[in-house]
Design a protein around this ligand. Structure first.
Ligand SMILES: [Zn+2]
Length: 340
């Protein structure tokens, strides 16, 4: 079993542990993030209406061979996005799946079934380009977050493809509150309020700066802003998610894609009831080791504070029980040994 540091106290309201300097606990056992949320005025959430979304889609429909590129990992959120673009909004999507070598068979099976049943064009991109970078994070002991680097590259590849095929819309499966920027290193703006990601972003930024010396990764972007800025020079695509505009609960669209696309939950994933690549287990093991929490703890804690998730449920879903042999086998696939 993998060790979650036992000494850390967990907030009694959310699921964040004590992790100074970013997260501290008061004498009542409430974390600094919850305390700040209590004292600051609730930010009125910008309400996005489906009519705004359909108007935008209408502007781009039928102008190119494909109306949108859908980034589809085979998880519930992105598979539902693909379904919606085809069936609810009647667009002609190009489905796109990115595999850095660690996508699971179950996830890929979901993609293939969806593509067949929806009869959409499909691009599958597999590359082990990131493997040495991942290995370097593990062996150097860096606290950089593998998923943040991966999402930057994934985004860059998606935007390249959109440019290549002149596709005006890039559709992701992000749920409300998620975006391309989620936890990725930023040039400065926009992430200031996210204390929970401060150390993770900083470690990732430092790692990326050292990576420049490696000829293989000399041109790797240093931040998500850089990815978006580079892409805009070539092609102006709009990146968005239908989930931002819809109030459908995940249970509802899981039911829908199960029925319509024969979608299935994968056998093995972290957190529970998610679909993530198998390397995610190693990434989250490292995140727990360095910080005592993962970006899933941050996301779940936000849901708890918004009363959209119970603390008990979140704690259960976030239990990390990945056997050490499995982590070692993932390290082996990166060509390295799992550090103690
Ligand atoms: Zn808290």
């Amino acid at each position: 079993m993998s060790e979650v540091p036992q000494a850390r106290r967990t907030c009694r309201r959310c699921v964040l542990p004590e992790s100074p300097p970013d997260i501290t606990m008061d004498s009542e056992g409430l974390c600094s993030v919850c305390l700040e949320a209590q004292s600051s005025k609730p930010q009125p959430e910008e309400e996005l209406l489906e009519s705004d979304f359909t108007r935008l889609l209408g502007k781009h429909r039928g102008k190119q061979k494909h109306d949108c590129l859908v980034m589809c990992s085979g998880g519930k959120d992105s598979t539902a996005s693909l379904y919606y673009m085809r069936k609810r909004y009647h667009l002609n999507p190009l489905a796109f799946t990115f595999d850095h070598g660690f996508e699971t068979e179950g996830a890929l099976r979901n993609v293939h079934k969806a593509v067949e049943k929806l009869d959409v064009d499909f691009l599958f991109y597999r590359s082990t380009f990131m493997r040495d970078m991942f290995a370097k994070i593990v062996t150097s002991g860096s606290g950089a977050i593998l998923c943040h680097l991966c999402s930057m590259w994934y985004m860059q590849v998606a935007l390249d493809i959109a440019a290549r095929y002149d596709i005006p819309l890039v559709i992701a499966g992000w749920t409300k509150g998620q975006s391309a920027h989620q936890g990725t290193p930023s040039n400065g703006a926009g992430q200031a309020g996210n204390r929970e990601y401060a150390s993770m972003s900083e470690a990732t930024r430092r790692f990326l700066a050292t990576l420049k010396q490696d000829p293989k990764y000399r041109d790797f972007p240093q931040s998500m802003e850089e990815v978006l800025k580079r892409a805009r020079r070539r092609h102006k695509a709009i990146v968005l998610s239908p989930h931002w505009f819809l109030d459908t609960h995940p249970d509802e669209y899981v039911e829908l894609i199960r029925r319509e696309l024969d979608w299935e939950y994968p056998d093995l994933s972290y957190p529970a009831k998610s679909t993530n690549c198998s390397l995610n287990f190693l990434a989250m093991h490292l995140s727990l080791k360095h910080y005592g929490y993962t970006h899933y703890h941050v996301e779940q804690s936000k849901l708890i504070r918004a009363n959209q998730q119970t603390r008990e449920e979140a704690l259960k879903d976030l239990e990390f029980n990945c056997p050490r042999e499995f982590l070692a086998s993932l390290a082996g696939r990166l060509g390295i040994e799992l550090p103690e």
